[in-house]
Design a binder for this molecule. Structure first.
Ligand SMILES: [Zn+2]
Length: 506
């Protein structure tokens, strides 16, 4: 069986860390913290060391995104219009990724103990409480003091993780302390989400979804999780929140096991893009016995197999604590032989270019399955056990982050400060000057510093490489077109003081 091409994956993540991300990422700039977290965590998983300078930079950048009223914003250039938009908008996902990134970026015991130093825990926990609705669900962010955003389980999961990390093992009567969220209502809301097929959705009459199942089970799992590193993890049978929140456990297991698909690679080669990999001539023939060389997962009924759903389904099963009713070897083969990309990383489907999200979750699954090239993995946090145990657990249980930040100037500094604004506006000007229609069809991209007019040429190169099994000698013309584009762009930018964008690979 193909193995994890560790060297290529390391290079992939180093490119992600050391250069601006390619143009397709501009539309998700508001979630830049998530990308940063995946990149930082991939370094950790692959044991790529950060320099102390890099660790300091990561820490200070993450803390710069902290909202003065609690929580973290997803990026320095994104804010909802309206009320106090100069402060940015804190949201649950960004806050989760900020805390995880701070934990991973610490190195050694001393740094790990201080991983959350600078996090305004009190404000953050008060903000978290405000995000919960009476029905137990959580909103994504506050608007005029009220929670807004869907009621789906992603928010419940994020809130539960954040609560666990910042609340530690403290009890309500410990001093000083903040009011807790309503745990009973949270469980009741999740319980109402299990669907007729055993899966889980925002509500029981919505479509079930493996990603939502992961989030619901994860939210419950963190409610049951011991907060001290020395506490033994309870047996699955004693997980009371899990028992209360998942009324039909066998149904949930069936739903998750049913996400597996016997992936028929030879059919995909013949089909058009949208039809490819819509497998299964006979669903009833699916077996976990030998015979399924590649086992992919989908997230919902009648959908295609997708790299990330191996993670969402398998990690949910891991948290449920039951013996895996899944084909571990078939899934590993699917990832390593079908969606692992020749340039490193994982694509969403066979033949698609790698992206950060699927590349990270591909690694996550393999780490969870015990790949010897990767660190041990924590299915609940989706980061390595090493990071979790060295930073998050001591921080959460020792109260190391109980103090508010020492730097008073940080308390009022808006996310979108004058310097950031100037930089952003300057880059818009650069974009206009650098646009090169003759070299690329990407003339309508979003305005940001990540604009790269040579992206199309770069993508052509990778497509060529992929088509030719990584044989560079077959793709010389594509490389030359890219170099020509870069040279033309560099000349246009000459005289502009900011750092030019480096070539990117993904
Ligand atoms: Zn996916």
């Amino acid at each position: 069986m193909a193995a994890l091409n560790k060297e290529k994956h390391i290079k992939y993540w180093q490119r992600c860390f050391n250069s601006y991300l390619p143009t397709p990422y501009t539309s998700s700039d508001s979630t830049r913290l998530m990308w940063a977290c995946f990149i930082t965590s991939a370094y950790d998983l692959l044991s790529i060391p950060f320099s102390s300078t890099d660790r300091t930079k990561i820490r200070s950048w993450v803390l710069s995104l902290q909202h003065p009223d609690g929580g973290f914003c997803g990026s320095p250039t994104h804010s909802l219009p309206g009320q106090e938009s100069h402060k940015g908008t804190a949201n649950l996902a960004a806050t989760f990724f900020a805390l995880i990134t701070l934990a991973i970026a610490s190195d050694g015991d001393e740094e790990a103990k201080a991983a959350f130093a600078g996090v305004r825990r009190g404000k953050l926990l008060r903000w978290l409480k405000k995000l919960q609705r009476d029905d137990g669900s959580f909103g994504q962010h506050l608007w005029e003091g009220k929670p807004v955003g869907g009621r789906d389980t992603r928010h419940s999961y994020l809130a539960s993780c954040i609560r666990w990390m910042l609340r530690g093992h403290r009890k309500d009567d410990d001093e000083p302390w903040e009011d807790d969220v309503d745990v009973k209502a949270m469980i009741a809301h999740l319980r109402r989400g299990q669907t007729y097929d055993g899966g889980l959705a925002e509500f029981s009459d919505y479509e079930s979804h493996a990603g939502y199942a992961y989030c619901a089970v994860g939210a419950l799992w963190f409610l049951d999780r011991p907060s001290s590193a020395s506490s033994p993890r309870p047996e699955p049978s004693s997980l009371t929140a899990m028992d209360q929140g998942i009324p039909d456990r066998p149904g949930m297991l069936r739903f998750l096991a049913g996400r597996q698909i016997n992936y028929l690679a030879e059919e995909e080669d013949e089909d058009e893009e949208e039809e490819e990999n819509f497998i299964q001539d006979a669903v009833g023939s699916l077996t976990l016995e030998e015979g399924c060389r590649h086992v992919g997962f989908n997230g919902r009924w009648n959908k295609k197999a997708d790299t990330c759903y191996v993670w969402w389904a398998a990690a949910t099963l891991a948290m449920l604590g039951d013996p895996y009713p899944l084909s571990v070897e078939g899934s590993r083969r699917y990832l390593l032989e079908v969606t692992q990309h020749p340039i490193g990383g994982f694509g969403k489907f066979a033949g698609t270019v790698p992206d950060i999200y699927h590349s990270y979750l591909g690694l996550a699954v393999l780490a969870m399955f015990g790949d010897s090239d990767l660190k041990e993995f924590d299915a609940g946090f989706a980061v390595s056990q090493i990071s979790n145990n060295s930073a998050i657990l001591p921080a959460a249980s020792s109260g190391a982050m109980s103090s508010e930040p020492q730097d008073p100037s940080q308390a009022e500094s808006p996310v979108w400060d004058k310097q950031t604004r100037r930089k952003f506006e300057k880059q818009v000007t650069i974009r206009a000057a650098a646009r090169a229609p003759s070299l690329t069809s990407n003339t309508s991209k979003s305005t940001s510093e990540f604009y790269d007019p040579c992206q199309a040429a770069a993508q052509q190169s990778y497509k060529c490489l992929f088509r030719n099994g990584g044989d560079k000698s077959m793709c010389g013309e594509y490389f030359q077109a890219y170099r020509d584009c870069k040279q033309a762009w560099t000349e246009r930018r000459r005289g502009v003081p900011s750092k030019p964008k480096e070539p990117t690979s993904e």
